[in-house]
Design a protein around this ligand. Structure first.
Ligand SMILES: C[S@@+](CC[C@H](N)C(=O)[O-])C[C@H]1O[C@@H](n2cnc3c(N)ncnc32)[C@H](O)[C@@H]1O
Length: 255
């Protein structure tokens, strides 16, 4: 299929794309049934956070960071590539009805060096970020570096099954777009897309294992009839896994 400059012009990097999305991100997420399943599985995977030092990696507007603070964590670091997403997160934490929350917001790139010392966190969440990372080896090493030995990592995303199906559907009609992607309308009225990579469950497992993270638990919550009766868009997806959530523990150092 020949190159198509018009198509290429639709694509933005995660940094540019999430800068544009920041102010409308929370509203866009609201009522997404896949995320109802995802967040139930993430919350069920979390260890007891009382008094813990915790990170929300790729925290966006603070969906988990703020909850982790409310669950009794002593310190929460919300870390994200996008200053605009962090600005929304900071504003939410300042306006929290629970009073001051022990959260700090920091810019940091999972594909580079996270702004934290080695062995800092007792637990970390990395939600809905993996498919925006072109490769997983370095990010998982970086996450393992900032977790203490024995610390817990919970990773979630939309299920790769759906992301692979989007790629297959695009290839089947001969399109050369970079499916799967997150597509949205920018304030200018233009269509923008952020490319996603459908890393499989085996990719997550291998990257984590190579970084010294041991898989402890895994969930693939499915759309069911009850959810489909509330969300008609799911009618054709009953029995399909909508989210993937894995919990890892950082291996303790050999004595
Ligand atoms: C779909 S949002 C998820 C936000 C939040 N974790 C949630 O669950 O609502 C993806 C976030 O990942 C961030 N992100 C993408 N690539 C990143 C990277 N390499 N390092 C750090 N954050 C990244 C984006 O800026 C964005 O805020």
């Amino acid at each position: 299929v020949p190159p198509d400059p018009d198509l290429d012009a639709l694509y933005r990097t995660p940094a540019d794309g999430f800068a544009e999305l920041a102010d409308t991100y929370d509203a866009r997420l609201a009522g997404n049934p896949a995320l109802l399943l995802e967040s139930a599985a993430v919350l069920a995977s979390l260890p007891d956070l009382s008094g813990a030092r915790v990170a929300d990696l790729g925290c966006g507007t603070g969906r988990y960071a703020l909850q982790l603070a409310r669950f009794g964590a002593r310190e929460v670091a919300g870390i994200d590539l996008s200053p605009e997403m962090l600005r929304v997160a900071r504003r939410k934490s300042e306006r929290s009805e629970d009073g001051p929350l022990p959260v700090t917001w920091r810019e940091g790139d999972l594909c580079g060096c996270l702004p934290a010392e080695d062995n800092t966190f007792d637990a970390a969440v990395c939600a809905l970020v993996v498919s925006f990372l072109p490769e997983l080896a370095e990010p998982f090493h970086e996450i393992a570096r900032v977790l203490r030995p024995g610390g817990t990592l919970v990773v979630s995303d939309l299920h790769p099954h759906g992301l692979c199906a989007a790629r297959a559907a695009s290839a089947a009609v001969g399109r050369r777009d970079h499916a799967p992607y997150l597509r949205f309308t920018a304030a200018s009225g233009e269509e923008w897309r952020i490319t996603r990579t459908p890393h499989t469950a085996a990719d997550w497992f291998a990257a984590a294992q190579n970084a010294g993270l041991v898989l402890e638990q895994m969930a693939e919550p499915l759309a069911d009839r009850r959810l489909a009766s509330t969300y008609p868009t799911l009618r054709d997806q009953v029995g399909v896994p909508l989210a993937l959530v894995m919990r890892f523990r950082r291996r303790r150092e050999e004595p």
